[in-house]
Design a protein around this ligand. Sequence first.
Ligand code: N0T
Length: 537
Amino acid sequence: CFMFSAPAGAASSAPRLVERDGRFALFVDGAPYLMLGAQVHNSSNHPQALQKVWPAVADARANTVLVPVAWEQIEPVEGRFDFSFLDTLVREARQRQVRLVLLWFATWKNTSPQYAPGWVKFDNRRFPRMVGRDGKPHYVLSPFGDQTLAADKRAFVALMGHLKKIDEAHHTVIMVQVQNEVGSYGLVRDFGPTAQAAFDKDVPAEVLARQKPRSAGAASGSWKAVYGDYADEYFHSWATARYIGDIARAGREVYDLPMYVNNALRDSLEPIAPWNNNFASGGPTYDVIDIYKAAAPKIDIVSPDIYNPASAQVSATLGHFQRRDNALWVPEIGNAAVYARFLYEVIGRGALGVSPFGLDYADYSNFPLGSKLTDQRMVEPFGKVFAAFRPIQRQWAQWAFEGRTRGVAEGDDGADQLITFKGWKARVSFGQWQFGEKDWPGNAKEAPPHAGQRLGGVAIAQTGDDEFVVVGQYARVRFEPDLAPGQLGSMLARVEEGHHDIQGQWQVDRLWNGDQVDYGLNLTATPLTLKVRLGRY
Ligand code: N0T
């Protein structure tokens, strides 16, 4: 039975991020919660548009929906606020018993001021843009615009104040993203006079304490003196993080919810080198997480948006962002079918959650970043995975918090992967017949509609010394024992295929044995949950 005790006094408390031994849980209603997320399209933040959101959320079996709230939408006229969309959104989410994560699209949305109100984005004098080395204005609003910061902060504080009023008793909204994919493309930092004066000052002590220089430089002093060729990017990261951190702090003083930033990734595998117009400078790329931690202490998490399906990139990215000081949370991953397998890797790693991007039925296809499709066929690969986790999401989040879970996705090479547990290794292989070995030609996934695609993924929780819960698809799992002297080998003691009933109780549908286990535990197109007990002889 999936029961566990929450820390005393935690029940009915506000959502919060809890760290223990370098692992994290998002506590919602006093217990760890796994976000099975659906992020809507950018322009679905209108009452009418929600009609194309909710059916997709249901098909995705998501328990959490990520929705933008735009500055232009809540403050079209300076100082006059309109929260009618937020009221509708929160009410409709409650009716459908899903939680919300709000995305604050304001000064920076994919770096641009496109979501700032018209009275901001066309007033260069009051709300200055960054300035290039040549003195020409850049499209991005400067992080040194004092009035921009004050105005954005005032709107965000109003938003959080309203949210407190309508939601403090419910906590339908469990987290807030502050801005969206910040930084600047095409310009490494602001070269305007205010920015330049700050650049020539000493690096603040809190940054020095965290961000190591990449080459030998001065131990303290100006950005250039300390960080050399990386000074421009680091300085811009600091300026941007400080700006966001100030907004987050002010918002949390009014209503304290967990807050995070998201990142349009730089290449995860190429060696770090000074910025060369290859990513948005100043954004929270993995190499400057320490600067964000130092400059924006009220931002809990720096998180990756995954749009490169190369399996080595995905794995490296997850490794870069999952740290003892940074919880793993994937607020965006492409909605094409090839991404669904990575949900197992993310969830198995013990992430707070994962959210495919563009999971609604608006007539908009996110190809080539995501799927060409805009209907149920787009949502289905994710819905199948979430359907397997949803009945055990609380229990899984608790196991993850205890460090019991692991996960893998089929690599682009299709090679076996070995997962190490206490006393056991799980060997995961792909592209096998259910009865037989790899060199036997073909298997179920060679058939349409996914011919030739790599779709395998497995997440495993070790629930006891010799007990595991296995969730997966298009993969084979074999358990290999660590043997003590005198022991010969191991066998499966009991393999239950089952499901959770409406009360959350595990119901055994059948036991697997014979052909169904002789070559390992074979998972096919429909994700299954297995409870496995092993023994040694
Ligand atoms: C994302 C989304 C939305 C390998 C794109 C990704 C969302 C934003 N931006 O649909 O706009 O609001 O966060 C940028 C991906 C860059 C290209 C990567 C190619």
